[in-house]
Design a protein around this ligand. Structure first.
Ligand code: ADP
Ligand code: MG
Length: 719
């Protein structure tokens, strides 16, 4: 084994890896021992310090200690045991157990001292921990919450996982991979040349890997040592530890290389130039009930110039919700149609695709173009017919979901691919669609539209393969949405307000939020709210959608709301993206303090689309943390998505703002391009340097680095 590289050792050679586990690992792109070493902890559980109860916040994962002040069995919808804990500093916390034994109940009687580890969340009345891990402490022990009491394992790595795989399995696997690395250090090459890594003052690769997987175990603690360890632990948690930075650097370097390679290869690719004679576009513009904004005109020009060229366009169009991206897309589509080419417009959901189909039909219909529609729901003869029209080139503008790039879809002459809300589509899907249009080595142009604003400098770093167009202006005449924060003690008034708005013929959204981790809980909250509102708002037509409602059943509800057949739509955050119902002018967001700014802004963008004044009521639960209060304040003050994104970045750092879920760009494991700005710059320079070396060794090194970090996503680096 020792002559072999770790990237040559299949996971199946490891102990306790059978075919089933191997398959699960493969699905995650983990094939070799080396892959395991680069499967890095997503976070750590910090059991290194007791937290004061008073400082706990919703969402914290914490180790706490206190004395039981009261314990009761509650007979609500579900029987539960509630235990009130108080610590020496006077802070309180409720523990809640839905399953409990007699012995547990006895252990948690009044006066007992407990140490608990678990996640804190906002319960109906107060902060609570549901089913924490509990350790019973001697009742006379000194309360440790004042200082950081020593615990045997300071940080427990938590690995990104998949259904059916326990953390203990991950620890077992990474233990084996780390042991191999320790025994055969030369079996894992450090691909970053010393001239690049050394000036950064970061540790060698092997050391970094060891530290990040297995944070240094607790040494016997004297006071100064403890402080030092504390700082290290903190740095690891916050990812500012040199070991994290070293890996983050390598990762960013690999991404830069992949994106640069992609961009460089694009220079050698050909596309059909789609200059067009402007006839159709002229007719569309003449027929529009509005004039384009200056920002729209600018991006339309940028796109038109790219389309006319013979290199495939790869352009990202950013614009706030409601900034008018669709008409820009329509103009691009017409330019392609003027050249007898086909256009595919892809949206992430059926509902959004349907909305695009309608807008485009309204605009392009009068020009004699009909819009073909390909959805996952089309089956049999109907589908065959649409496919035939696409293959024959009769269908010019085709709108759909990812059904558009299934195997059996062939285009006659695909000239342009437009993707809306790109963050719901992976890079792979983008590639697949592009490949579809490849015709004698010529690729279709691509336009990607997103409503997630990202500062330009950051966009350059993470979207280095794309050109960027920004619509930084809203159409005139919009009445800005009035946003008001209301404590939930005034829920009754808010419900009255909904009644009045609907009585006046308007429509409203009622959005239920919960910590995202549990879709079931979130669905339940929406069900409860809908039941309550139905009872209290008799006479109103109320619909309900949430993630547990199947897509097939969700759409008719959304469609009914869009058609004005429902007055009130109770929903979870599933309605976040793209729904356009101009008559909806009131939105209630329950517990907005649980959501991030960007998400709140996206949600709010569902109203304010018509001519009537719109309101967004943030129905918060007091007391608010300082950060939550600031978020709600920003939202009340600011209406521009860019201003909000900036504030968001300042408050939270890029890690969360750019989290794959929100921005959906290349998913980073460790790197955080906003927080680690200096590293981005270093990675860009490093990439320049590595790419300048065109020798076979140099090229192999680049390929290996890309492969190491992007693994199965290697096509990211190749066209
Ligand atoms: P988004 O960028 O969120 O996709 P849309 O394209 O859905 O925004 O546009 C929002 C609304 O604004 C649509 O009803 C659209 O017709 C309208 N609109 C687009 N551009 C203009 C403009 N220049 N002036 C007035 N209304 C516009
Ligand atoms: Mg849109």
């Amino acid at each position: 084994m020792n002559a072999q590289g770790l990237d040559q050792i299949p996971v199946t050679a490891l102990k306790r890896v059978g075919p089933k586990l191997a398959e699960r690992l493969h699905k995650l792109g983990i094939h070799t021992a080396a892959d395991l070493l680069f499967h890095l902890p997503a976070r750590y559980q910090d059991r290194s310090r007791l937290r004061a109860l008073a400082e706990l916040r919703d969402g914290d994962e914490a180790l706490v200690e206190g004395v039981v002040e009261d314990a009761q069995i509650a007979h609500g919808r579900r029987r539960s045991l509630k235990v009130w804990l108080r610590d020496a500093a006077g802070g309180g916390l409720m523990l809640r157990f839905f399953h409990f034994s007699r012995a547990q109940m006895d252990g948690m009687r009044i006066g007992a001292r407990l140490r608990c580890f678990g996640e804190v969340r906002q319960g109906p009345q107060t902060l609570e921990m549901v089913h924490p891990e509990v350790q019973y402490q001697p009742a006379d022990a000194a309360d440790g919450s004042a200082g950081g009491a020593a615990v045997d394992v300071p940080l427990t790595p938590i690995y990104p996982s998949t259904e059916g795989m326990q953390q203990i399995t991950w620890r077992g696997l990474t233990d084996q991979a780390l042991a191999l690395l320790a025994a055969h250090p030369q079996a894992l090459a450090d691909l970053v040349p010393a001239v690049i890594a050394e000036p950064l003052g970061l540790p060698p690769l092997h050391e970094a890997i060891q530290t990040v997987h297995r944070p240094p175990a607790d040494a016997p603690m004297q006071a100064p040592m403890q402080t030092q360890l504390r700082a290290q632990v903190q740095a690891l948690v916050e990812r500012s530890h040199p070991a994290c930075l070293r890996l983050a650097f390598d990762e960013m370097l690999a991404h830069q290389l992949a994106l640069r390679r992609l961009r460089a290869e694009r220079r050698h690719l050909a596309a059909v130039g789609l200059a067009g004679d402007g006839a159709l576009r002229g007719r569309l513009l003449a027929g529009l009930p509005f004039a384009l904004t200056a920002a729209q005109r600018r991006v339309v020009d940028e796109i038109a110039r790219d389309l006319a060229g013979t290199r495939p366009m790869m352009r990202l169009l950013q614009g706030d919700v409601g900034s008018g991206k669709t008409v820009v897309a329509a103009l691009a589509a017409l330019q392609a149609v003027e050249c007898d080419r086909q256009v595919a417009l892809m949206a992430p959901t059926e509902l959004l695709a349907e909305q695009h189909r309608k807008s485009l039909a309204g605009w392009l219909g009068p020009l004699g173009l009909d819009i073909a529609w390909l959805s996952g729901r089309h089956k049999g003869a109907e589908r065959a017919q649409v496919l035939a029209r696409i293959a024959a080139g009769e269908a010019r503008v085709i709108v759909g979901t990812h059904a558009l790039f299934q195997q059996d879809v062939t285009f006659a002459a695909l000239g342009l691919v437009i993707i809306d809300e790109q963050h719901r589509f992976g890079v792979h899907q983008r590639m697949a669609l592009r490949e579809k249009g490849a015709e004698q080595g010529r690729l279709p142009h691509q336009l990607i539209m997103t409503a997630t604003p990202i500062p330009r400098s950051l966009a350059m770093a993470v979207y280095a393969d794309l050109d960027l167009s920004v619509i930084d202006e809203l159409p005139p005449g919009r009445t800005p949405i009035k946003t008001v924060a209301v404590p939930d003690s005034r829920r009754d008034e808010v419900i009255e307000r909904v009644r009045k708005a609907c009585a006046a013929g308007r429509q409203a959204y009622w959005v239920c939020t919960l910590v995202e981790e549990s879709e079931a809980l979130q669905a339940q909250a929406a069900e409860d709210a809908a039941a309550d509102l139905r009872e209290r708002l008799g006479g109103l037509r109320i619909g309900l959608v949430h993630g547990r409602v199947k897509a097939g059943e969700r759409e008719p509800v959304m469609a009914a709301f869009a058609a004005g057949e429902l007055d009130l739509l109770v929903a979870t955050t599933v309605i976040e993206v793209g729904v356009d119902v101009p008559n909806a002018s009131l939105m209630i967001i329950e517990n907005p303090e649980r959501l991030g700014l960007a998400q709140l802004h996206q949600l709010r963008g569902r109203v304010g689309r018509g001519s009537v004044e719109s309101y967004c009521l943030l129905l918060y639960h007091a007391p608010l943390t300082a950060a939550a209060r600031e978020r709600l304040d920003i939202l009340r003050r600011e209406t521009s998505g860019f201003a909000i994104a900036d504030a968001d970045l300042r408050m939270r750092g890029a890690g969360e703002v750019l989290g794959t879920r929100q921005a959906g760009m290349a998913a980073f494991r460790l790197a955080d391009p906003l927080r680690d700005k200096d590293l981005v710059r270093a990675a860009q320079q490093g990439a320049d340097r590595l790419l300048a070396d065109a020798s076979p060794d140099g090229r192999a090194r680049v390929t290996a680095l890309i492969h190491r970090w992007l693994g199965d996503r290697e096509d990211y680096g190749h066209v």
